[in-house]
Structure formats: C-alpha cells, structure tokens
Design a protein around this ligand. Structure first.
Ligand code: ADP
Ligand code: MG
Length: 255
C-alpha cells in the first residue's frame, strides 16, 4: 500500500492542487470538458461562473466525492485518481466547507469539532478537545463552545464547520459557496475568517459569488462556463478587466 499521507515526494508540491485534462460526465451530460489549472502552496484561487457551469463538480472531483471520467488530479503531490491510492488518507488532507453546514444538532460546537478527530483520526479525548478549542477560538467562537447549532446564527454555524475542517489539519481547504446560504449581515464574519486563513498561508480553492472577496483575497481568479475554464488570472485582470465576452456578461450580472 502506498503511504499517501507521507507520500509527498517534492516538498514544493505540498499543499498544491494540480488538475490536468479533467473531464466528468453524468450519463450523456458532459459537465467538465477538459479542465487544467493548479493551486500553488499557500495560494488562494477563487472559482467563479454561472450556476450549472461545473464548479461544485470540480471541487467534488478534487476530493473524490465524484470520480473523474478522465484526466488527473494531484493533491499535495499525490495522484488522487491513481491506482492503489488510499482515498481516505487523501480526504483527510482536504478540508471541505459547503453551503450547508451539516452540523450534528445534538452536539455542541465543541462536540461537532471533536467528533471527526476522534472517529477518523483516532485522537484521544483530551487532544481532540484541545484542538477543537484552539480552532473554535481561531474562528472567533471561543464564547460559543458549549452552544448547540440551533442556538447559533448561520454565520456562527458555518464558522463551526470551518473549525471542524481545520481541526483535521488539512493541507488544502476547499470552499463551495460557503456564504450563499447566509443572511447578508452574516456573510462578512465568515469571509473575515477565510481572509485570516488565507493570510496565514492556507492553500485555498474557493467557489464564491462574493466578488469583493475574490478581488481582495484571491491570488488568482478562474472563470468557468459550461465546463471549461474560459479565463484565469489575477483579480485585477479577470474581475476588473476581463478579456472574454462570456466573463464580461457574467460579471455584469453579479457585480
Ligand atoms: P455549479 O456548481 O457550477 O452550479 P454543478 O457542478 O453543481 O454546477 O453542476 C453542473 C452540472 O452537472 C449541472 O447540469 C448538474 O445538473 C450536473 N450534475 C451535478 N451533479 C450531478 C450528479 N450527481 N448527477 C447528475 N448530474 C449532476
Ligand atoms: Mg455549485
């Protein structure tokens, strides 16, 4: 068995995502039609694009929630679609935050951040609790440790979900429209946590419609439409001065 969790051959690769020739079809519906791009270690890449363009499918192929139809995906130097790959080990290195928070309603914030550490990583109670407290503090919820999800706002619940992902010690974080389900006044706190994470050097791939976040935090922005990357580059180019008509049309709808 290949030791994927320790299998980073080139330290330069650690944390990076490398996607080449990625195709994904659902039956006759070709959703991803040859995607190439990379996220360098410590880089923040925002993916933007219309609904149905394949953004979520792209993220789901990175952590193998969907199996690519063709192409390759490397995470931290490990070919996730390769033979003999330990999918569970790869997934442990990837933190995922979705639009819906999916917290356990019967567990406190602390319990929600502890449970996967205990079950998946096999950490002891004391260590899991210490890591959970540290990460809840990191997302600004030190005073909500004992609260149940129903006692938290959507923004606070999403921050618990981020703490839960961070507690697993991921090499990269994937975010799929993490603020889309939130009331507008709660969006800023979640984006603020993500910004702090970016500044701390976390490698992040973020699907978002928050153009101000993309403009201010992303190192690069990738515009997808109909399963292809239409345009990519620094936000000063893609968001502020897009070259392609399809990018301009999309931005004129969301800005
Ligand atoms: P986006 O996140 O950009 O809105 P998605 O990746 O969710 O786009 O979806 C792209 C296309 O793939 C849509 O047409 C959607 O219906 C289809 N699709 C996504 N997941 C599945 C699935 N599990 N089975 C069948 N079709 C799917
Ligand atoms: Mg989506």
């Amino acid at each position: 068995m290949k030791r994927v969790d320790a299998g980073v051959d080139d330290p330069e690769d650690a944390g990076a995502i490398e996607i080449r020739g990625l195709h994904k079809s659902f039956g006759a519906n070709e959703v991803l039609r040859g995607i190439d791009f990379h996220v360098a270690p410590g880089e923040v890449v925002c993916v933007i694009g219309p609904s149905g363009s394949g953004k979520s499918t792209l993220l789901r192929c990175v952590n193998l929630l969907e199996e690519p139809s063709a192409g390759s995906v490397r995470v931290a130097g490990v070919e996730v679609t390769g033979p003999d790959v330990d999918i569970d080990a790869v997934r442990r290195g990837i933190g995922m935050v979705f639009q819906s928070f999916n917290l356990f309603p019967h567990l406190t914030a602390l319990g929600n951040v502890m449970i996967a550490q205990r079950r998946v990583l096999g950490r002891g109670k004391a260590e899991a609790e210490r890591v959970a407290r540290d990460n809840l503090e990191r997302v600004g919820l030190a005073d909500k440790i004992d609260a149940y999800p129903a006692q938290l706002s959507g923004g606070q619940q999403q921050r618990v979900a981020i703490a839960r992902a961070l507690a697993m010690g991921p090499r990269v974080m994937l975010f799929d429209e993490p603020t889309s389900a939130l009331d507008p006044e709660l969006v800023g706190d979640v984006l603020g946590v993500m910004r702090t994470l970016a500044e701390a050097g976390m490698t992040m791939l973020v699907v978002t419609h928050e153009m101000s976040f993309a403009r201010e935090v992303a190192d690069r922005v990738v515009f997808m439409d109909a399963g292809v990357v239409v345009e990519e580059g620094p936000p000063s180019q893609v968001v502020a001065a897009p070259v392609h008509e399809r990018t301009r049309a999309f931005l004129s709808r969301v800005l």
